[in-house]
Design a protein around this ligand. Structure first.
Ligand code: HEC
Ligand code: HEC
Length: 297
């Protein structure tokens, strides 16, 4: 703010105050006129036969006026208000904001701090912790996993008991802290369309869907050679590499013939972003408990 505008505001404010003071004093009457003559005790104004007494302002009202003015002056000395004058107290709105934030952080750390010392099993029975977990989830996770954590195409459902990487508190915590990268190499160039079709029949058989039995029988040996390392000999998946169970009707992508063939042809690459640099330790703890609670019915 330039000196000119600063002075402009100072002069304007003080002049206004002085003016109001002057108006107040100039119109001041000290006492009721003692004249017994009622004519003399009115201002002489008549409106529709109503006359106006020429009495002084009530004392309390007058004093209140003075007090507000004195208050105004003291305020302008203590706090910023007169142009660039910062006030003798050094109050700033930024300072107030910072104090408020500090206080909020303190109470927030207290509640998370309490939760940090509790186990996941204790937290899932604590309604307040679960409410905080739900809020954290809505803010940080629901964009990918859905508001109800029910998942989406390519994003796993967190409310069922089908886990890519494991559903114990330890495994969930590991997932959140370090993230996960699920990778299946593309099989199109390696196996060719014919073999992919045979294996697909076998995967359809594994998941109890309509399939060609002869093709599935041929696909079974191809599966053992190429797929069992990750998905397991029985096709039930392997949590160490995040390979999904292929024998149920839960699909990360699509379980139709075309969907499975697409997974095989092009492979799949998926990433759960690590949260350890995004969220504080105590928040991750509460979130771990919240995610764990979703599949504990
Ligand atoms: C950018 C999208 C994205 C965000 C944000 C995200 N996730 Fe994920 N998450 C994924 C994907 C994709 C996977 C699957 C990874 C894979 O297939 O290997 C996953 C996997 C997981 C798993 C493992 C599931 C299993 O079956 O083992 C958990 C648990 C999880 N996420 C929890 C969370 C939580 C809690 C948050 C919030 C802090 C979160 N995710 C935020 C995309 C996301
Ligand atoms: C290197 C380990 C690995 C091998 C080998 C592998 N997969 Fe996978 N597969 C995965 C992983 C990991 C995923 C999950 C990818 C993701 O998280 O996005 C997956 C996903 C899939 C899916 C999608 C499942 C769903 O729920 O949508 C199908 C189907 C599949 N694999 C079948 C196969 C078949 C058939 C073979 C053999 C030709 C095979 N995979 C070989 C690791 C492997």
């Amino acid at each position: 703010m330039s000196i000119f505008w600063s002075l402009w505001i100072i002069v304007l404010t003080l002049t206004c105050l002085a003016l109001v003071f002057w108006v107040l004093m100039a119109n001041r009457k000290v006492a009721v006129r003692d004249d017994e003559d009622p004519e003399n005790r009115t201002t002489g104004h008549v409106y529709d036969g109503i006359e106006e007494y020429d009495n002084p302002l009530p004392r309390w009202w007058f004093n209140l006026f003075l007090i507000t003015m004195v208050f105004g002056l003291i305020y302008l000395v203590l706090f910023p208000g007169l142009g660039a004058w910062k006030g003798v107290l050094g109050w700033t709105s930024v300072g107030k904001l910072e104090r408020d934030q500090e206080r909020a952080l303190e109470s927030y750390e207290q509640s998370y701090g309490v939760f940090s010392s509790m186990s996941v099993e204790e937290l899932i029975d604590n309604p307040k912790a679960m409410k905080m977990g739900a809020r954290l989830f809505a803010n940080n996770c629901s964009v990918c996993h859905g508001a109800d954590a029910g998942g989406n195409y390519g994003f796993p459902d967190l409310t069922d008991n089908d886990w890519l990487y494991g559903g114990t508190p330890e495994k969930i915590r590991e997932t959140l802290l370090h993230g996960r990268a699920g990778n299946m190499p593309p099989w199109g160039p390696v196996l060719g369309e014919k073999k992919i079709s045979l294996i697909t029949d076998y995967v359809l058989q594994l998941s109890g869907q309509e399939h060609d039995a002869d093709a599935a029988a041929e696909g079974a040996s191809l599966f053992a050679q190429n797929c069992a390392t990750c998905h397991g000999a029985d096709g039930k998946g392997m949590q160490t590499v995040g390979a999904p169970n292929l024998t149920d009707d839960i699909w990360l992508y699509e379980g139709s013939r075309e969907g499975i063939m697409q997974s095989l042809r092009n492979g799949r690459a998926n990433e759960m972003p690590a949260q350890k640099d995004l969220l504080r330790e105590d928040k991750i703890h509460v979130l771990t408990a919240y995610v764990y609670s979703l599949s504990q019915e």
